[in-house]
Design a protein around this ligand. Sequence first.
Ligand SMILES: Cc1cc2nc3c(=O)[nH]c(=O)nc-3n(C[C@H](O)[C@H](O)[C@H](O)COP(=O)(O)OP(=O)(O)OC[C@H]3O[C@@H](n4cnc5c(N)ncnc54)[C@H](O)[C@@H]3O)c2cc1C
Length: 304
Amino acid sequence: MISEEQKDELRRHLAGFLIEEEPLALKTAFKIGGAAAFYLQPETLEDLELTLRTLAELELQFVILGGGCNILVADAGIRDQVVIDLGKGFRHLEVVGSDFWSAMLRVECGVHISQLIKLSEVEGYGGLEKLAGIPGTVGGALAMNAGAYDATIYDCLGALQIMEKDGLVWRSASHFKPSYRDGGLAPGQVLIAAYFLLERRAHVEITTEIARIKDLRRQRLPRGAHAGSVFKNPAGDFAGRLLEESGCKGMRCGGAYVSEEHANVIVADKGSRADEVMALMESMQARVCDRHGVNLEPEIKIYS
Ligand SMILES: Cc1cc2nc3c(=O)[nH]c(=O)nc-3n(C[C@H](O)[C@H](O)[C@H](O)COP(=O)(O)OP(=O)(O)OC[C@H]3O[C@@H](n4cnc5c(N)ncnc54)[C@H](O)[C@@H]3O)c2cc1C
């Protein structure tokens, strides 16, 4: 709960870029959910530094929003935490150096994975092809350790630039212990930029692989508003397989339903509610637990 006193302090310190009751639905892939009671969109490091310092002083929790592709916002919105949106600013991408064999890229957290893939395709920098088609920002992908087809965003990562409450720090990739769909960031760490070391490869090799991956994804994923896989794969198995065998395809709660194409994807029809997605998730978990004795853990983040 944010107290009246904290609200007044927020308004006083962050007046330049603080918005109250900002709707979030259209900033997420599900396109549902309520508003952020307090929403900040800092576009410079100075503004972000001021934001984090102020929130720490006021002892307020915050949540970072990237592209919103892995987030479900509750119908009542996000009331008790301040939302910091880094999906619009911090979009600089540069090749900091290259030689005959490789190139080092500095990519800010708000850059979309698709932009990074495009650059690697145009310039002939290989290593990230299997991430083609994953929506969202580089910051979100690193926080989630996003990946597909046995590759993850950490595979080509050299170092990260991170903002903590005491300022900006650089850490080598080996400093982190990413695990399945978790980049291993400590609470309060905000990713600012990533340094990727990519290999120079023939254009045709990269373009062909990207086209193959995008095609595979097109065959697997349904249309409509969804956030990709709802549950993490349990060790040694696939959530989709367990859900399908438990008869989850086609299950519905209000406007939210389990895709017929992929049992681990919930599609939210226009007008559906976050509550309905959450209720459906519980029913899916219960069915898998009854049938297979496995407790599925959500991959999507639910914010309220
Ligand atoms: C159609 C579709 C297909 C998908 N396919 C895949 C897939 O194949 N593989 C896969 O791994 N995921 C997949 N996803 C999920 C999603 O695309 C990834 O998790 C993506 O990396 C999320 O990025 P985002 O910018 O949207 O992050 P958000 O959803 O905005 O945030 C995700 C998490 O990252 C945190 N975060 C975001 N930016 C920062 C930052 N700068 N610093 C610190 N924390 C931050 C947020 O607080 C949140 O906890 C899919 C989603 C959709 C909609």
